[in-house]
Unconditional design. Structure first.
Length: 368
């Protein structure tokens, strides 16, 4: 049996919003069609091959975009039909859905509740923070519709967490962002730095290492709460996992990448959602077996993380980041062998917080 995880883009980069920092939009050069929708034969082939490859092991289908709600409710009901058709008795299948939540309605809520979907909702903070980057193509703000979507999820007790993207202009007051989430009783948070490379340079929304280090330290101070944090922040949880001698649940801090694959709307496969580009295409689900696709993801891409930049060889924090994220190693100069662009952020953050992290680790260990 195998645990299999896929990140699936059923509508590619199509979205009802036009967020300034969206890196998925760059794939328009690969898929220039005006509209992208996964066809039923692609969906069935994908699910049937995945279930067979898992051999009864757990399968995680993570539906992303763009905005996957654009695929429509019936698309996902068909996906569940195929999961039932090709799955084995007692097999664990999870559906995870990343959405901007602006299009949620009663039909979606019924689907998510009936089949126990877990959702990630994109929300960057209070209105002035969220609306800075996350707007419709018309420039209309999206905050109020996201909060309406969160209301629907809560009303039906559908489990979700928050994904907050941190850009250059929205990283200035981490405590303000944190206090907003606390005030709205949003207790499962993930903060992602907005960093990209366009036309061989960093775009204006990209957060600098100095800013991100400041943001993380301020966020930790707000979260610390005298050693009794009130919420889960994924990055902080990942560090505690490592200090407790467990493997990080985040690919960013693992020894090797390549544990999941990305499937585009037409069945094209890539090793990471940051690396959906011509040179990193692994194949297509109609042409190559799942075993070959995962093997290529690990051997051709994943092992690149084991290349140790010279600065990492003597860094005392490398036991946490394991040579850095491949995307952040590539993003500044287009060279995947370079050190992580955000390296200075983490050095500052680890030095500033490690004593308190170790206190939390010891407290957790005592309760085990």
């Amino acid at each position: 049996m195998r645990k299999v995880e896929l990140l699936i883009k059923p509508v590619s980069y199509d979205c009802n919003l036009n967020c300034d920092y969206c890196f998925y939009k760059k794939t328009c050069c690969l898929y220039p069609e005006k509209k992208h929708r996964m066809k039923e034969n692609v969906l069935e082939k994908l699910i049937s091959k995945t279930m067979a490859y898992s051999d009864g092991g757990s399968c995680i289908f993570s539906w992303q975009g763009g905005e996957p709600l654009l695929a429509g409710v019936n698309f996902f009901r068909k996906a569940i039909e195929f999961q039932k058709k090709y799955g084995k008795s007692g097999q664990v299948v999870s559906n995870v859905f990343q959405t901007n939540a602006t299009m949620l309605n009663s039909k979606w809520i019924r689907l998510f509740k009936e089949y126990n979907f877990f959702l990630g909702v994109s929300l960057d903070g209070p209105p002035e923070v969220h609306n800075y980057y996350r707007r419709y193509a018309s420039s209309k703000e999206s905050f109020s519709k996201v909060m309406e979507g969160i209301y629907f999820l809560r009303k039906e007790d559908i489990k979700f967490n928050i994904l907050s993207t941190v850009g250059r202009e929205t990283a200035k007051d981490p405590k303000k962002n944190y206090d907003f989430f606390i005030s709205h009783e949003l207790h499962y948070l993930q903060f992602i730095p907005a960093v990209d490379r366009e036309n061989k340079k960093m775009p204006s929304f990209s957060i600098t290492p100095r800013q991100y280090g400041y943001f993380l330290c301020g966020l930790f101070d707000a979260w610390w709460n005298n050693g009794s944090p009130l919420v889960s922040i994924r990055l902080f949880d990942n560090i505690l996992e490592i200090l407790l001698r467990r493997e990080s649940s985040s690919c960013m801090f693992k020894n090797q990448c390549g544990e999941y694959i990305v499937v585009e709307y037409n069945g094209d496969v890539y090793p990471c959602d940051f690396f959906v580009s011509k040179e990193w295409k692994l194949g297509n689900i109609f042409e190559i077996s799942m075993e070959q696709l995962f093997d290529k993801a690990k051997s051709q891409f994943g092992k690149l993380k084991e290349i140790v930049p010279s600065d990492c060889q003597r860094c005392k924090w490398n036991f946490i980041c394991h040579n850095g994220c491949l995307w952040f190693r590539w993003v500044k100069n287009g060279n995947i062998r370079e050190k992580d662009y955000l390296c200075r952020s983490y050095e500052k953050f680890f030095s500033y917080t490690m004593e308190r992290f170790e206190k939390l680790r010891d407290s957790i260990a005592l309760k085990r």
